[in-house]
Design a protein around this ligand. Structure first.
Ligand code: DCP
Ligand code: CA
Length: 316
């Protein structure tokens, strides 16, 4: 249900399901009844009903209903294509398109969507940990040939210790470097070199030449035909602590720590932790505040008064 709601961009339901899954995982006894489920914090009446239904019938009617009609199934298929959102997917279904073959032959695909369709099976596969590390190694070599002091760090689920990842998130950083320095090295030297080398197969969401702090694309190891989704994230040295925190996630953990910061009158984002943030109606920020810490991930926890949580303990 969580991934169904995620695909349909229903953020609140996605979050409640993910929180419930995480709360269930932490239980030390089997939860077999609605009453037992209700006693868990984060699980309400309707989720408890569903838990009991799964326990007693081994199925969930609501989930089966989500893919009942051919239209529902087509919508879900299209939503799992890279670069396709709910609006576009719905328009295709309304036009009577149902399969990836239909998209290839009858839809007016953007360049990125075409890659998403053609490499559909590749992008759906989880990436084993060792392969994530092998991609980073190739990026690191190309980066350090351009600047020996530049560093690469794998963030995302890999840093949280996951055995497999959905994509590869590589932070590129250097003490004292600005985002412009890193961007020009990556865009002018590293990416072109890796394209020539045959490692980078496609550039996807590239931000315009002089803006942006990331590059999205696809890469493949020399002896493999499987394309992987890879993100290169340009992080100035002064922001590495906040960026590590942000890009390590997971997204639910990020939400809670950002909320905590905001309750303490501070603001946490991928660039830093700020204090003296003025908020008006609906807690809307009136100013940026002043930077308290950006460089040191542990210091950010300390200042927020949160005990350090190693990345492996941030799978919420
Ligand atoms: N992130 C976030 N909010 C989002 C998207 C991302 O806070 N809406 C942060 C937390 C994520 C990190 O960026 O952990 C990387 O995003 P990914 O989508 O790559 O997620 P993961 O690396 O955690 O998982 P996966 O293995 O599916 O790639
Ligand atoms: Ca990732």
């Amino acid at each position: 249900m969580a991934s169904y709601y995620e695909r349909t961009a229903d953020h609140w339901r996605t979050i409640s399901y993910r929180k419930a899954i995480s709360a269930l995982r932490q239980q030390t006894t089997h939860i077999k009844t609605k009453a037992q489920a209700l006693a868990i914090q984060g699980i309400g009446e309707r989720l408890a009903d569903k838990i009991e239904e799964i326990v007693t019938t081994g199925r969930l009617q609501r989930l089966e209903n989500t893919s009942l009609t051919p239209e529902d199934r087509a919508l879900q298929l299209f939503l799992s294509v890279y670069g396709v959102g709910i609006a576009q997917a719905s328009r295709w279904v309304a036009r009577g398109l149902y399969t990836l073959e239909d998209l290839k032959t009858k839809a007016d695909l953007t360049r990125n969507q075409r890659i998403g369709v053609e490499r559909y099976d590749d992008f759906r596969q989880r990436i084993p940990r060792e392969e994530v590390a092998a991609h980073e190694e190739i990026v690191r070599q190309a980066v350090q040939e351009g600047d020996p002091d530049m560093q690469t760090i794998i963030a995302g689920s890999y840093r949280r210790g996951a055995p497999t990842s959905g994509d590869i998130d590589v932070i590129i950083t250097k003490p004292g470097a600005t985002v412009e320095t890193i961007r020009s090295l990556v865009m002018e030297t590293v990416v072109p070199k890796l394209v020539r080398q045959g490692f980078i197969k496609a550039s996807l969401a590239t931000s315009s030449r002089n803006e942006g702090s990331k590059w999205h694309g696809a890469s493949a190891l020399p002896d493999r035909d499987v394309w992987r989704r890879i993100d290169l994230l340009f992080v100035p040295g002064d922001e590495i602590g906040a960026a590590l925190l942000y890009f390590t996630g997971n997204d639910i953990f990020n939400r809670s720590i950002r909320l905590l910061a905001s309750k303490k009158g501070m603001c946490l984002n991928q660039h830093g932790l700020y204090k003296n943030v003025l908020r008006g109606a609906q807690r809307v920020k009136a100013n940026q505040g002043c930077l308290v810490e950006g460089r040191d991930e542990r210091r950010i926890f300390e200042i927020l008064g949160v005990p350090w949580r190693p990345p492996e303990h941030r799978n919420c």
